[in-house]
Ligand binder design. Structure first.
Ligand SMILES: [Zn+2]
Length: 113
């Protein structure tokens, strides 16, 4: 993890946009499913991928710190920490995101299909 980003390792929040600014989207499906977000707190960029677990109500977001500002260079797979977020909208009218910091030693992030 970038030393600058001090994100809570077990944060809970309502919507991705509360913590992250969507700065770039390379794929869409009813919304951005892959691209780049910026931590609103510290400005660190993360490459992300969003995968539905249950269509339209439950998603898994994978965020990996981006090591370069050059769009064409893929993010390093060697970063040792990444972010897992489950976004849960199964209860109508409510949204809950649960963030967990993950170690590559436990599970590697998957940014591919
Ligand atoms: Zn941050």
């Amino acid at each position: 993890m970038d030393a600058k980003c001090q994100i809570d390792s077990h944060a809970e929040f309502g919507d991705m946009a509360e913590l992250f600014e969507f700065v770039e989207a390379s794929e869409y499906y009813d919304g951005p499913i892959a691209g780049v977000v910026r931590c609103r707190d510290c400005g660190v960029l993360f490459q992300y991928r969003c995968v539905p677990i249950i269509v339209d109500v439950l998603w898994h977001w994978t965020l990996v710190p981006r090591v370069t500002d050059v769009t064409d260079i893929p993010m390093s797979a060697t970063e040792d920490t990444w972010i897992s977020i489950v976004e849960d909208r199964r209860i109508p009218g409510s949204a809950m995101c649960r963030l967990v910091l993950m170690s590559n030693g436990v599970a590697e992030p998957n940014l591919k299909d």
